[in-house]
Ligand binder design. Sequence first.
Ligand SMILES: [Zn+2]
Length: 525
Amino acid sequence: MKQIVLGLIACFFAVSYGFAQSNTNAGITNLPRIAIAGLGIESSTFSPAVTQEEAFHARYGPEVFNAYPFMMPISPLRKQAIWLPTIVGKSLPGGAVTRQAYESLVNKTLDSLKKYGPYDGLYFDIHGAMSVVGLDDPEGDFLTRIRNVIGYKTLVSTSMDLHGNVSWRLAQNSDLITCYRMAPHEDAMQTKERAVVNLLERIKTGKGKPAYKAWIPVPILLPGEKTSTRIEPGKSLYHEVEPIADHKDGIVDAAIWIGYAWADEPRNHAVVMVTGDDKAKVTQAAEKLALDFWNVRNQFGFVAPTGTLEKCLADALASPKHPFFISDTGDNPTAGGAGDVTWTLTQLLARPEFQRADGPSLIYASIPAPELVKKAIAAGVGGHVEGTAGAAVDARFAPPVLLKGTVESIVYGDKDAEVEVVVKVGSLHIIVTQKRKPYHKEIDFTRLNLAPRKADIVVVKIGYLEPELYAMQVGWIMALTPGGVNQDLASLPYKRIKRPMFPFDKDMKTPNLSAQLVPLSGASK
Ligand SMILES: [Zn+2]
């Protein structure tokens, strides 16, 4: 009977939501019912920026499938369940999310979940470093509220960014939990797919919730720019994860979270988790990962040489190799910076080398200035434009900067920037955007008629270079510039993170790194 009822609901879904389901033979199906929900952002509480609902570009219902290549209609995974996507939103990193935006997105998710239950599983797709004004541990809060709707029989599989934070509450309400194993996150989709595959496998085999979830808080808080998995010690540490997770009976998954350094809550620190059915293997694996992490803590260093902007420019100008990349790290929009800090651009405009049009060519990406974009459109390509840019959100380090130059290109339609304009000032090619946008790919430049490979210097608001830029650079320094994601963590006014914490507290004793077993979801704490 239950099957028939479920089948009818599935049939209703197939019609009303336009889901293409196979095996719904005469409306009867044995396929598990799996919901999809989640919100992803990393938001700095050290930035004056705030994030509104539209920044999440929320996908509703069947649109959610488009976020996952492994969920396309022809993919084998798609056919193995009745998928019931609610809302998945993903924002560029930024400032703290307003309470109103958070409540709106959470309530829409809960309303959708209420309509289409019951569920055998839920895939919870989050980043894990969302800050919400006036609310601690938003992802833990979100999942607790989801549990109040779906109950505790539903298996929840959570996938995260390794820069997310895993509170005890999030760990308890998740049955399966994992995160990326690579930074830069080249394995993001693979991780999400693994979370879904493991969820399906536990449901279809009837194994259900893994019996053990080992959670170990590791009192380390480091920026992503020191913990890339491209270099040691992050490389070897993260190489330990896959053999543990994928090739051992009794273990379902293993993960190491670096955590997020630009928010100030007790949950901001590294965490190791291992899930599985074999208590000894689960706890031993978690303890080994945590101890190995702790033992290499002093070896983490910046992924590239660092220096003041002045030093970076001196090196770049003296270098025979081009393009020479400089990361403008303090205002990296993909770590949570406002993206409109003008400090670096102000310094560049004041430098004598770049005053003449035939000076060393430098591409600057980027500065938001909606008014200047309007003026550039009015002037047209080749026209003269003049106006202020940046510092509308974060003016703590420098005021809006005056740009006077020639419009080189105008491009419409980018999802984040909406309109992008290149303004040539002296020998600087400055990308001015309507809204802030990260520049991570070669095409982000070439579509604006810029040729980064031919430029002498490329300055990007970024931390470590994303793969395409990394492949292009023949010289690279990270400039330690001011902004909402200042890399000099010791200068940040932390008040609420747990202490002692490496590297802030010198001469720390070895912490207790024994595995703590998190109760199964729904069990009393
Ligand atoms: Zn990340």
